[in-house]
Design a protein around this ligand. Structure first.
Ligand code: FES
Ligand code: FES
Length: 168
């Protein structure tokens, strides 16, 4: 069965045609060309396919297309344009928080959801948020440090009156 499914991806309304049961990850990568989210386990266990669905992290490998109908989806491509995405990118680079990089997009998307909600998230909150994201390279310590660094950047920006957003 084929259906038209409409949802907003990274701020742009998109309509795709396909089986409503196809994994959202396949649609994002194969139909919409958004390659940041990766296929890892395909079973909802590793988190490398994480995207935000109405702002909440989900594993897009086990989220069917129908579940996105009428909702908003954010992938790392869109999140990098936000202040939280820029702060995370800086944090990951500064802390060299990746080896192969396969888990990185999922980690950053999960972290973005956390920092949008709790810009000053402490280490315990970061570790709890990452409980569904695995790094096979064992870079977890540096990933946590990178996210804490991003939180610090956001806090500094807020205490400075956020001149970037004020256009000053
Ligand atoms: S590929 Fe989706 S959780 Fe592993
Ligand atoms: S950096 Fe290789 S899986 Fe995390």
């Amino acid at each position: 069965m084929t259906e038209h499914v409409t949802f907003v991806v990274n701020g742009v309304e998109r309509t795709v045609t396909g089986s409503p049961d196809v994994p959202l990850l396949y649609v994002l990568r194969n139909d919409l060309g958004l390659m940041a989210a990766k296929f890892g386990c395909g079973m909802g266990l590793c988190g490398t396919c994480t995207v935000l669905l109405d702002g909440r992290p989900v594993h897009s490998c086990d989220t069917p297309l129908w579940a996105a109908a009428g909702k908003t989806v954010a992938t790392l491509e869109g999140i990098l344009d936000e202040p939280v995405g820029a702060a995370l990118e800086r944090g990951f680079l500064d802390h060299q928080a990746l080896q192969c990089g396969y888990c990185t997009a999922g980690m950053m998307v999960t972290a973005a959801a956390l920092l949008r909600e709790k810009p000053n998230a402490d280490e315990d909150a970061v570790r709890a948020a990452l409980s569904r994201n695995l790094c096979r390279c064992g870079a977890h310590q540096r990933i946590v440090a990178a996210i804490r660094s991003a939180a610090q950047q956001l806090a500094n920006s807020a205490s400075a009156g956020n001149p970037a957003e004020d256009g000053q």
